[in-house]
Write a protein that binds this ligand. Structure first.
Ligand code: ARG
Length: 458
């Protein structure tokens, strides 16, 4: 079963076998392993290192293995150390002598580096398209809620009125940056380590440019030692995935708050909530809570891999095998979370009336009252003080700024006139904010058009 039994005189200890093996998890990239091997032997034949016939036998054998795994005819048995050993042993079983030439001029070190890059490259693309779907969902909600007023918060205290479109737009920006990060990472991943050998290249006349092109890489990597021991791209990816989770987690926290009995800004769809085994009235935001919870798990993968890599001398060391489970788990977690999150957002109901009446109390228009005074010649610091007195007065009487009579206003400052009511109305407070990036309708419509254009092009 072993690729390396030759120099050993004893059987490996059973526990060592289990401890050392990676097949239980690296079998997930059997497809990439086979794809890489096909490129490798195609190049070996082109360079006359193996014959054309041998190449064809090997390629056919490898394709047969792939088909049989996919049809369930061939089971990946865990007696082999890793997926590379499994495929090679199976190939030799199937086609005999030619199969023994597959590994010419190659090491598992450059092979595993290649497989992992091929695998993560595909996953990066997939996560990117999941994020794009989420952005499309957000954009639809934004278009529907340009005039849904709600309070904007700082310190979780009502601050100034905004719209739901504006609030959702903040997340649009975050997920847009997340996609950007993935694109950057892709650019750096996309160089082929194949042909680096164990660490020092090989003496065979390998054509690394050729295999890189066959596998759709931009080109070969330029240092064979780095090629087999670089895990930067995984650390970058885990960092980007952690940031995605951080964004999903913040959004989840808001959904949990908005869904609480106290806020009631939203109603989650039954299909995306859960109940309690004891309290019949409960409808819980478990999905949002789990997304928030799983964020820690993805951060954990990032910290683990950073720590694993920090003391490893060049070049390959077995520690690096730890990259797989961490990365796979993070990728699975992030993909699951984005999909579920998207479903949750696209099915939930926003309660416009409750959001609007919440924006109307809590003095979210106090800044605008001060700005009114400034527009009438009062220095801002004085205006701030005057409106502070108004707020105090209203709190005592348990009313809003909008409910004060002009007489009451004038008692605190003679500058106030009848037009104060217009100036502090919710519509004015929001829609006068027309600088780009602000919640006003005009500004929001411009930004929505930019987002539409963006989703059409990227
Ligand atoms: N399973 C190993 C890994 O994931 C494959 C490379 C093994 N190389 C070696 N020299 N033992 O890293």
């Amino acid at each position: 079963m072993k690729l390396w039994g030759g120099r050993f005189t004893k059987e490996t200890n059973e526990l060592v076998n289990n401890f050392n093996a990676s097949i239980s998890f690296d079998q997930r990239f059997y497809k990439q392993d086979i794809e890489g091997s096909i490129a490798h032997v195609s190049m070996l034949a082109k360079q006359n290192i193996i014959s054309q016939n041998e190449k064809e036998e090997i390629v056919q054998g490898l394709q047969g293995i792939k088909v049989d795994i996919e049809n369930g005819i061939l089971c990946i048995d865990e007696l082999h150390e890793d997926i590379h050993s499994f495929v090679e042993a199976n190939l030799i079983d199937r086609i005999g002598e030619a199969g023994k030439k597959l590994h010419t001029g190659r090491s598992r070190n450059d092979q595993v580096a290649l497989d992992m890059k091929l695998y993560t490259r595909d996953e990066v693309t997939e996560i990117d398209s999941l994020l794009k779907e989420l952005l499309a969902t957000l954009l639809t909600a934004m278009e529907n809620h340009i005039e849904t007023f709600m309070p904007g918060f700082t310190h979780l205290q009502k601050a100034q009125p905004i719209t739901l479109a504006h609030h959702l737009g903040a997340y649009f920006e975050m997920f847009k940056r997340d996609r950007n990060r993935l694109h950057d990472i892709y650019e750096r991943i996309n160089y082929s380590p194949l042909g680096s050998g164990a660490l020092a290249g090989t003496t065979y006349p390998l054509d690394r440019e050729y295999t890189a092109a066959l596998l759709n890489f931009y080109g070969p990597t330029l240092n064979s030692m780095d090629s087999v021991s670089d895990r930067d791209y995984l650390i970058e990816l885990l960092s980007a995935l952690s940031t995605i989770m951080m964004h999903l987690s913040r959004f989840s926290e808001e959904i949990i708050i908005w869904n609480s009995n106290e806020y009631q800004f939203i109603e989650l769809d039954d299909a995306y909530s859960t109940g309690s085994s004891i309290m019949p009235q409960k409808k819980n935001p478990d999905i949002a809570e789990l997304v928030r919870g799983k964020t820690g798990r993805v951060y954990g993968s990032l910290m683990s891999l950073l720590t694993t890599m920090k003391g490893i001398p060049l070049a390959y060391n077995k520690d690096m095998q730890e990259d797989k489970e961490l990365t796979f788990d993070a990728i699975d977690t992030v993909k699951g979370c984005i999909s579920l999150f998207n479903g949750m957002i696209s099915t939930m109901t926003f309660k416009k009336d409750i959001m609007e009446s919440s924006a109307k109390n809590g003095f979210t228009n106090a800044t605008d009252a001060a700005d009114y005074l400034v527009n009438h010649g009062v220095p801002f610091r004085d205006a701030h003080g005057i409106v502070g007195q108004l707020v105090l007065y209203c709190i005592e009487k348990n009313i809003a700024l909008d409910d004060m009579t002009l007489e009451e206003y004038k008692r605190i400052s003679p500058v106030f006139e009848e037009d104060i009511y217009e100036a502090i109305s919710l519509e004015t407070c929001v829609n006068k904010r027309t600088t780009i990036g602000a919640p006003g309708k005009e500004a929001m419509e411009k930004v929505i058009n930019v987002y539409k254009e963006y989703l059409n092009n990227y």
